[in-house]
Structures are given as C-alpha cells and as structure tokens.
Design a protein around this ligand. Structure first.
Ligand code: NAP
Length: 313
C-alpha cells in the first residue's frame, strides 16, 4: 500500500460550503467518494447574504439565497455527506495523503477541493470598521430591516450595489448610492431598476472619506472627485458593496496564487499541486456567479474522482 492509499485517509476533503463546495460534495458523494465538507464560518457562503436569486436555472420564480443554499445542503445530506463546522486552519500539501486541519479535527485525504469563495471588500476606514453592526453593513438582506423608516447610503457601482440599494428601498425612506465614477459598472437591467426606483438617488463622482458618529452612524464625510469639495452627508447607515477578495490566506505558500490572491489552475480545476483542486470564487474572478461556482464544483469533483481512480491502478 502506498502512503497515498492509506486506509485512514479520506478520498476527498472539500473546504467550503457555498455553491461550489456543496455541488462538489453532491457529485463526489454520488461517485461513492464519501466526501467530508469543512463548512467554514459562513455556512452556505455568499449566497446566504443575498436575497432574490432570479438567474439560477430551474426556478421559475425568484428563490431566496439562503433557501437555495439550504436546499443544496439538504441534497448533499441525502447522500450522507459529512460536515465539519468551522474553518480550515492549516494545510500540508507536501506530504501524502494531504493533511487538513480544521480546529480540533485533523484530516488525512487523498484529494482536496478548495471552495472557500470570497469575502467582502471594505473601504478600509477606521470608523467603518468600528461601526460594523452599528449602521455599517455589507449585507442588506441581513440588516435592511433595522433601517425601516431611516435613510441609508450604499457605496459602489456594480450589481451588488444595485441589489443592495433595491433591497434597502423596501425598508428605508431614502437610499443614496455613492459611486466614485460617473457611470455604473452594473448590468444595464440592474442599473435601470435602481435608477427607476423613486427612493433611490445617486451621488456620482463621490468618495467616502470617513464615517461619522460615535456609537452609531450619523453621517458620512464625502468628497466630490471633480470639484474636490468635502461635505458632511447625513445618513443613518452605510452599506458597502465594492466587491470581494478570495478567501485563500490559509493556502498562501502551499499552492500557486495570482497577484490578487486568486488560486491559479491548470486548464481544468487542478491547482499547482497534483491532487488539490479548486472551484468557485476562490479562483474565478471573472464570472463569479452562483451557477458558475456550482459548475466548477461539479468539474472539481469529477477531476478528483479521475485522479483517485488513476492512482488505484
Ligand atoms: P464589481 O462588479 O467588482 O463592482 C464593484 C464596484 O465597487 C465598482 O463599481 C467599483 O467602482 C466600486 N469600487 C471598488 N473599489 C472601490 C473603492 N475602494 N471605493 C469606492 N468604490 C469602489 O463587484 P460586485 O458588484 O460585487 O459584483 C461582482 C460580480 O457578481 C459581478 O460579476 C456581478 O455581475 C455579480 N453579481 C450579480 C448579481 C445579480 O445578477 N443579481 C448581483 C450581485 C453581483 P468602479 O466601477 O469605478 O470600478
């Protein structure tokens, strides 16, 4: 028996439980690989922070992000996928079987599928960090309810910012999108929806320089990038929607990452280490959709299965 086929090693450990990780788990389980999923601190990944999902095929009517992820998890559980709570805290990909540590659990495994997704980018202002949960948020579906009858600002000009603004407009009396340029990056349909909404206004060419308030948000210090003029803008909250970064810190030095921390892949889903695969937003900075993450999860599970088969001889 080679070291790689040791009896106490799992076939596949999947790190992450978003659309990529759960799809990989369903495919791996159906290939009789008995996958273990390290679910991470945010079960279900980024989709649990979203509201209406209208573009995931198979649902005629919008499905809520958390409901979609719950359904995926239940589907995985039906195939006896085992879940471990918490984050992967360290890995060793030099030894075989590979070693993955998640808190108290140490797992040996023949293959790994990394599906750790991406996290929120913040503006990086000291007062922003201090006031998270006190008027500063990155998740309208989680926190919009607290802004019933209040005024809020949304920072960003992409689809996420439009989605946050539209969701908040159901609760707040006024939503102001603060965008650093004079045109949106968002898809036309989303931008038009936001611009048509009577409660939503836009501050173009504007940067947030500070968040004002002690125990809670009272306003923002804004700067007009054209005139250079600064202004204290009264608002009860700030939702930050300026993109995401890959959750790949724990893999630094163990597999090849690009300059922005995204995992580099071969032409399929293999990373720079044979037997370690990646799926979803941790490597894909281009598409970043629920359906593409799920598709990558499927591909990674099939690649892992082939890899194991080839070594069984
Ligand atoms: P994004 O498309 O990268 O947009 C980020 C926005 O934030 C941009 O407008 C950018 O400005 C702005 N920004 C970045 N850094 C900033 C900073 N430091 N200060 C101020 N503004 C800053 O990210 P996203 O909106 O999160 O979307 C990511 C992906 O998910 C996209 O592919 C999107 O289509 C998809 N998505 C789809 C849906 C949907 O279909 N329902 C919903 C959400 C997200 P610039 O424009 O000047 O660069």
């Amino acid at each position: 028996m080679t070291d790689e086929t040791r009896d106490d090693a799992h076939n596949v450990v999947i790190i992450g439980s978003g659309a990529a990780g759960l799809t990989a788990a369903i495919y791996a389980a159906r290939a009789a690989l008995k996958p273990i999923v390290i679910a991470g601190s945010q079960h279900g990944g980024q989709l649990t922070l979203t509201s209406d999902v209208e573009n995931f095929p198979g649902f005629e009517h919008p499905i809520q992000g958390p409901d979609l992820m719950e359904a995926m998890r239940k589907q995985a559980e039906r195939f006896q996928v085992e879940f471990i709570n918490g984050d992967a805290t360290s890995v060793d990909f030099r030894r075989r079987p590979f070693l993955v540590v998640a808190g108290e659990e140490t797992l040996l495994t023949r293959t790994v599928i990394i599906a750790t997704g991406a996290g929120t980018n913040w503006l990086g202002l000291p007062n922003e960090q201090r006031l998270i949960g006190h008027g500063v948020s990155s998740c309208a579906p989680c926190d919009a309810f607290f802004f019933r009858g209040k005024e809020v600002a949304v920072v960003g000009g992409g689809d996420s910012a439009m989605e946050e603004a539209l969701f908040l407009a159901k609760f707040a009396t006024k939503v102001t999108i603060v965008h650093r340029r004079d045109s949106f990056r968002a898809s036309k349909i989303m931008a038009e929806r936001a611009l048509r909404n009577e409660k939503i206004g836009v501050r173009w060419n504007t940067l947030v320089e500070d968040v004002l308030g002690n125990g809670e948000v009272k306003g923002l210090l804004l700067r007009d990038t054209v005139s250079g003029r600064r202004e204290e803008f009264r608002t009860d909250g700030m939702f930050v929607a300026i993109g995401h970064h890959p959750n790949t810190e724990v893999f630094k030095g163990h597999i090849e990452l690009d300059a922005n921390g995204y995992i580099a892949l071969d032409h399929h889903t293999m990373t720079s280490v044979d037997g370690v695969f990646a799926a979803g937003d941790c490597h894909d900075h281009h598409y970043r959709q629920a359906i593409t993450a799920a598709a990558y999860g499927c591909m990674a599970a099939m690649d892992a299965e082939k890899y194991i088969e080839a070594r069984r001889g």
